[in-house]
Design a binder for this molecule. Structure first.
Ligand SMILES: Cc1cc2nc3c(=O)[nH]c(=O)nc-3n(C[C@H](O)[C@H](O)[C@H](O)COP(=O)(O)OP(=O)(O)OC[C@H]3O[C@@H](n4cnc5c(N)ncnc54)[C@H](O)[C@@H]3O)c2cc1C
Length: 390
């Protein structure tokens, strides 16, 4: 078995044996399942893109991103959190100083420590350039950071946060850099946890950064690269979300198929009704398309087409997942609303995945800009004679 096939099998086992049987309990307990994420590390799911000599899997982005489809079969929020951790471990293995990498990489890959990425601020989500968090260089080369981040996933659970900050008064993004702030840093604190009923085990809150001083070894991306690096991270996150959504869609579809196969009505089964087959046939077709677009986008990451394809995958797939979860609920009739079938929760997860790491509307903005660029490169169009002459 290739390394990719074996890691996909491991991810499937993790989904079926660790996530699926426990996720309802995690939601009730409102607590991140640290034992589960530690297990994920032990079986190799937390250093997907990191070099093998540090304990990672050494997979390409195009390969590793497929892991989230397996995890998404059981839970999209857990898959999302692991995808963010993997993006951070990738950034640390690829760009951190040797000192920082030496201290953190192995533990992050092994699941002994967790990482997350903090870009969003209370006043800015879709528009990250409107950033207030600052990092001031001190005479000894250390940096002192001040500001607040919002919607920080794995808040107070992750051991280190990759934070983007402005290093001058200059407008725009050219002065931004990315810093690693360990959780135990003096001056770092968290606000009250957000209340999210459907995936309450994923802790999220604001993060307050008050005179937090970090050594220069904690610079992950230098001045000028902070936003650019974040956008690359977000492209990876967008495709990872699309991958996770495919797992979610497969679970919704299979739940509807199992129910409709057994539900008797009008002297046959629900699944023998044409209308039901058409509804589920559309879900299945969208799932096929979703797999094609996320895999194409995953393989294009890092190339000139990467961002645009990531935007297309993030536009299409979570939306298709939300529709799939709703259609599959409809197929079960009233039973679709019961907690036991999990479809209501899949709808809420898909809705969340439409928002996080760039909303559906922001993907339209990205695609619209690319279309405008293409339009500029096209020959002028000829207007038929007689139009607009007066
Ligand atoms: C579950 C969850 C986890 C998250 N985890 C993290 C994390 O770990 N780290 C992190 O940094 N961030 C995180 N985020 C933040 C997330 O990336 C933002 O929520 C997202 O980018 C949207 O920003 P916003 O919520 O501020 O919405 P806003 O930017 O305020 O947007 C509000 C509405 O306006 C629309 N809109 C914005 N611009 C346009 C436009 N030009 N045209 C049309 N409509 C527009 C949006 O689509 C949206 O519908 C998380 C969010 C969620 C929900």
């Amino acid at each position: 078995m290739s390394n990719l096939n074996s890691i996909l099998e491991v991810a499937n086992q993790h989904a079926m044996n660790v996530i699926k049987p426990n996720v309802d309990q995690w939601v009730e307990q409102v607590k991140w399942p640290l034992d589960a994420s530690q297990k994920a590390g032990e079986v190799g799911l937390l250093g997907l893109y990191c070099p093998e000599e540090l304990g990672g899997q050494g997979l390409s982005l195009g390969e590793g991103i497929q892991v989230y489809e397996q995890l998404g079969l059981a839970d999209g929020a857990y898959a999302f959190a692991l995808s963010m951790h993997n993006i951070c471990s990738y950034a640390i293995c690829g760009y951190a100083t040797d000192e920082f990498k030496g201290e953190w990489a192995r533990d992050l890959i092994a699941g002994k420590k967790l990482a997350n990425f903090a870009l969003t601020e209370p006043q800015s989500g879709s528009d990250p350039v409107n950033m207030y968090t600052t990092a001031k260089e001190n005479s000894d080369g250390t940096y002192t950071l001040n500001g607040a981040k919002a919607w920080v996933s794995l808040a107070d659970v992750a051991d280190v946060y990759l934070v983007v900050a402005k290093t001058s008064e200059q407008k725009g993004h050219k002065d931004m850099a990315m810093f690693a702030i360990p959780k135990n840093s003096k001056g770092l604190s968290f606000g009250p946890m957000y209340q999210t009923p459907s995936y309450s085990f994923l802790p999220m809150s604001e993060m307050y950064i008050e005179n937090v001083t970090i050594p220069k070894e904690n610079i992950i991306l230098p001045v000028g690269m902070g936003l650019q690096g974040s956008l690359m991270a977000i492209d990876i996150a967008r495709v990872s979300i699309a991958s996770g959504c495919c797992g979610l869609m497969q679970t919704a579809l299979d739940t509807a198929l199992r129910y409709a196969r057994d539900r008797k009505m009008f002297s046959k089964t629900n699944l023998q009704l044409d209308g039901i087959q058409w509804m589920l046939g559309e879900v299945d077709t969208n799932l096929e398309l979703s797999r094609l677009i996320y895999k194409k986008a995953a393989n294009a990451l890092g190339t000139p087409e990467g961002s645009l394809l990531a935007a297309k995958a993030k536009l299409f797939v979570p939306d298709a997942a939300l529709k799939a979860a709703n259609v599959c609920t409809q197929v079960l009739g009233g039973m679709g609303l019961l907690k036991e079938y999990g479809l209501d929760r899949l709808s809420r997860l898909a809705q969340m995945l439409k928002i996080v790491d760039g909303t559906t509307e922001i993907q339209r903005v990205v695609i619209g800009r690319a279309l405008q660029k293409r339009a500029e490169s096209l020959e002028p169009i000829t207007i038929p004679k007689g139009f607009g002459e007066k």
